[in-house]
Design a protein around this ligand. Structure first.
Ligand code: NAP
Length: 255
């Protein structure tokens, strides 16, 4: 089968890195780039290249899409906690023989002065909270608040890009905001709301790391939810530059 004239790269997106990757690839002559979004955010902003929105229907649906749209390379640039999509991508790439590159920004590392409490899941994080404080800054996203809904004795300040829906804890204050955030602003926020414990996913990256520095400066404990593991046999690139080098190595895009 002859390859279509323009190599087609499908990016599984929803992250800053995916946006940067799309912009870089779309600017290269002769490359066709499509970004796929789950459709969770109502205003995702403009993206370079083509955009499609919504689930594919599991690994089989994604495999069918790869075949039908003649995708030459798949880049999983989803968030480190989008474990199901990453698993689907690995399966669909394997069954269709599509070259796949996985981008996973490095996780955060605790340093001197940090008081971090690792948790394997949101449920485990909720179990730790009553031992650590009673005014919680919860930054794990608007989905998954159900894990904290039974903690009626604790006050929650929840920050998310869009307002969370029930079930959610009864004593809650919601802040809708999108990063990046500065250390000064995060410190002021923690002080203003008299927060005594922070909960975060180990998302990694600079855009939302300031809260960790602010928590360290204020000597607050931080519950850090661990990432889901990568699928067996999958290795990941740490940043956009490394992904571009891999795509260049596949001969699909010029430097
Ligand atoms: P997930 O649990 O891994 O995925 C659940 C299902 O959503 C997938 O099986 C797939 O449906 C669909 N899906 C996920 N990402 C998609 C994409 N880029 N394009 C098309 N369909 C997608 O994912 P999630 O944690 O709900 O995250 C959803 C999206 O939000 C991801 O794109 C991710 O990059 C972004 N995001 C997630 C987080 C987080 O903390 N989880 C944070 C920031 C951004 P089908 O099986 O039907 O294909």
């Amino acid at each position: 089968m002859s390859r279509p004239p323009s190599p087609h790269v499908l990016i599984l997106g929803g992250t800053t890195e995916a946006r940067r990757l799309a912009a870089d690839l779309a600017a290269r002559p002769g490359v066709r780039v499509t970004t796929s979004l789950a459709g969770r955010v109502t205003r995702p902003g403009t993206l370079a290249g083509e955009v499609r929105t919504g689930g594919f229907g599991g690994p089989e649906g994604l495999a069918a899409w790869l075949r039908e749209r003649r995708v030459d390379a798949l880049v999983d640039a989803t968030h480190p906690f989008a474990g199901r999509m990453t698993s689907n991508a690995a399966q669909a790439a394997a069954v269709t023989g599509t070259p796949a590159v996985f981008l996973r920004r490095p996780g955060w590392q605790a340093g001197p002065g940090d008081d971090w409490h690792p948790a394997a899941s949101l449920t485990e994080a909720a179990g730790l909270l009553p031992h650590l404080g009673d005014r919680v800054f919860l930054t794990t996203g608007r989905l998954g608040l159900a894990a904290f809904a039974h903690l009626s004795a604790l006050h929650f300040l929840v920050r998310s890009v869009e307002p969370p829906e029930p079930p959610r804890p009864p004593d809650i204050r919601v802040l809708t905001a999108r990063g990046p955030f500065t250390v000064a602003d995060e410190t002021a926020l923690l002080r203003e709301h008299r927060i005594d414990v922070l909960v975060t996913k180990d998302s990694g990256g600079a855009a939302t790391a300031a809260k960790l520095t602010a928590a360290r400066d204020l000597a607050l404990p931080v519950v850090v939810v661990r990432r889901p593991p990568l699928p067996d046999g999958v290795s990941a690139e740490p940043d956009v530059r490394a992904v571009l080098e891999r795509l260049e190595g596949l001969g699909l895009t010029g430097p």
